[in-house]
Every structure is written in C-alpha cells, then in structure tokens.
Design a protein around this ligand. Structure first.
Ligand code: PLP
Length: 358
C-alpha cells in the first residue's frame, strides 16, 4: 500500500473557526468551502465547521452535496447562476445566489416562480473580475428589490484584490468605494476574505467570508498561518521507500540537476507530482524526515522524490516524511514552488488517501 496520505486535522479546522471569530468578533462567518473545501474534502470540512453561519461554494453541485449530507446552513453560490434553468435547483435546495451581472437579473426577471431566493448583490469595488460597477449599485439594488422572486434581505458584497498586501492602499480604497456605493441601501455588508479579516478590521462588515484562514494558510508574504494563531488543517505525508549511498559527483534524478557535493545519503520518498506534490519546487525545498528538516535533491518525478539525508545517516526505509502541514508550513513549500498554499492543497490527486484525525 502506497503510504502517501493527507491527514485532515478536524480540531485544527474547529480551532481556526474559533480563531477567526476572535479576529472578527460578533461578525457572521461564511466558511468558504469551494473546490472541495480547498482540497480538504467538502463534507468532512462542513462536519468540522457546523458552527459556521453559512457555507460558500462555487458550484450548485457543491450545494447538492451539502444538502444531501444533511447540512441546513445557508449556502451561497458565489458566482450565482450560469443558466436560467439553474434557478429550479437553487430553489429546490434553498441556496443563496450571488448576482453580479445584468444577464442574471434578466433571468430572475423572466422567472415565473414567485418563491423568493436570497440574493447577495456583488459590487465591483476595484478588483474588476465579477460585479456591477460601484456607480450602478443603487439602481441595480432597486431593480432586484422590484422582483417578486427576490427575498427582501439583499446582502451587499464586494471582493478584495490585494488584501494580503498591507502596504497597498487599494484595499482601503475598495472599502471606501463599496461603502459610498451602498450608502443608504438597506442590507448587510460582506467584504472581507481571510486577509481582510486578519489585516483590515475596518472591512469586517456583517459577514466575513473566510477560506484560507480556516485551513490554517496565510497569504501574507513572509508569514505563515501560525503567526496569526492558525493551525494547518492538512498534513501531507509519506514514507521513505529507498535509502541510497552515493559518491561525490553522482547526479540524482531526471535531468541530473542535483550532484552530490560529497559522498551522500539520498532517500527516496513515495510521493511525486502524480499525487499533487508540485513538480515546480526547486532543488532544496524543505521536507521533514523523522520530524527533522531535510532538502529535496533534484527534480520531483511522478511517483517519487529524492531527499538529501546526509545529515540523517540513521534514516531507514519506512521512516515518515512530511511534505507540508504540522511541523512544516505549507507557505514555505509554496514559496519554493512559486505559488501559494491554496494552490497546493487544491491539487491533491485521487490516488492520495485521506484520513481524518482529531
Ligand atoms: C474564495 C473566496 C473567498 C475566500 O478567500 P480566502 O482568501 O480563502 O479567505 C471569499 N470571497 C469570495 C468571493 C471568494 O471567491
């Protein structure tokens, strides 16, 4: 049996939700569980986070899975409907819909079913991805209000482009743009993602929308989740399946990109990009072998990764290897791969075994 395994720490998820509530006291928490809960497993994460006030998903299918699992919280489909027929399933499941485009309003207006849907009206305050121009907020709000199929309490929302960069004043500008666009409109406000919760208290509004923080991952450069009192919710691990004694000058792996500077001990771990461990990591990326730091030697291959164990001459076949998680911040591995922690946890492939731990 291949040892590659993603352990999901249920108490870390619960603790991170408590920590998020401490950081944004009194606010409602929409737990973002899109992309199979950032790769951690949708139903599993929803079970750990039943205290959340709502769940945020990217697809109606995720809403189907959550309702089938018995979860009764509000569920927000964060880009709303992609087709007029989607309204039938949204109503059947009782899902909230984001509305970000005139097309979606036209679909709602043409719909004859009077049972109201909860709407989150998305304003573009400067990210320029989804949402109505700030100058149109009041007019669009009135348009929605007039539709019989729209529930009374419209939530007003926007999304930040750069909230993980504390010296970029775009976030402050986005808050101002949003607040002035929505001034005088009744409805709860939702602005902050995880970085907004941590770095921009003025953006907390009524509903925070946290993903990364719940999984213990930070996006702030040079910081890791534990700097903010968060714990990693996933540990990716495997075992050594070979330990080789090589000579000075021997080269390791595809492309022969790593050369032994002296006689070296090279361990081979049962993990590779076929599991979702990033091939992009540079020579020298950190791993833990028997809980102690070691470095990757050469290229990551599909099933296997070589590790310089010259400082661990006692390492043996079967010894545990941690790629990220408890004891090794994923942010460091993400840096070595030129990406962010979110990307790594979303990338676990189907052959990785998932286990739950408390
Ligand atoms: C993904 C997403 C979030 C959560 O962002 P995190 O950085 O993971 O907290 C919040 N709002 C919207 C609209 C999103 O798409």
């Amino acid at each position: 049996m291949r040892a590659t395994c993603a352990t999901i720490h249920m108490d870390a998820l619960r603790g991170n939700l408590r920590r998020v509530r401490e950081l944004a006291p009194g606010r409602k928490v929409l737990a973002v569980v899109k992309a199979d809960a950032y790769g951690h497993g949708l139903e599993r994460v929803a079970r750990a986070l039943t205290d959340a006030d709502a769940f945020g998903v990217a697809a109606i299918q995720d809403g189907q899975r959550l309702r089938a699992g018995g979860f009764e919280q509000r569920i927000v489909v964060m880009s709303g409907i992609d087709h007029p027929d989607d309204l039938v399933e949204m109503r059947r499941l009782g899902l909230d819909s984001v509305v970000h485009s005139d097309m979606q309003i036209a679909w709602l207006a043409a719909d004859r079913d009077p049972r109201p849907i909860n709407i989150w009206l998305k304003i573009d305050s400067g990210m320029h991805r989804l949402g109505f121009r700030a100058g149109r907020a009041a007019a669009v709000y009135r348009q929605l209000k007039a539709l019989p199929g729209v529930a009374d309490d419209i939530v007003l929302m926007t999304h930040f482009a750069n909230s993980d960069v504390l010296d970029d004043d775009l976030t402050q500008q986005q808050v101002r743009t949003f607040e002035s666009a929505t001034a005088g409109l009744p409805g709860q406000h939702s602005l902050a993602n995880s970085a907004g919760v941590i770095g921009w208290p003025q953006s907390h509004g009524d509903w925070i929308r946290t993903g990364g923080a719940l999984y213990g991952i930070s996006l702030f450069a040079g910081k890791v989740g534990s700097d903010f009192g968060l714990s990693p919710a996933m540990t990716l691990s495997t075992r050594l399946i070979a330990v080789n004694h090589l000579r000075a000058g021997d080269r390791v792996g595809y492309g022969s990109t790593w050369q032994c500077p002296t006689d070296s001990i090279i361990g081979v771990a049962a993990i590779g990009y076929g599991d979702g461990y990033p091939r992009a990591v540079a020579n020298g990326a950190p791993v833990l072998v028997n809980g102690r730091r070691a470095r990757i030697a050469g290229r990551v291959s599909m099933d296997l990764t070589s590790i310089d164990l010259s400082e661990q001459p006692d390492a043996r076949i079967g010894d545990p290897v941690v790629l990220w998680g408890q004891g090794l911040p994923i942010e460091e591995v993400a840096d070595a791969a030129g990406t962010i922690g979110y990307d790594l946890v979303c990338g676990m492939t189907r052959r990785v075994r998932f286990v739950e731990a408390d």
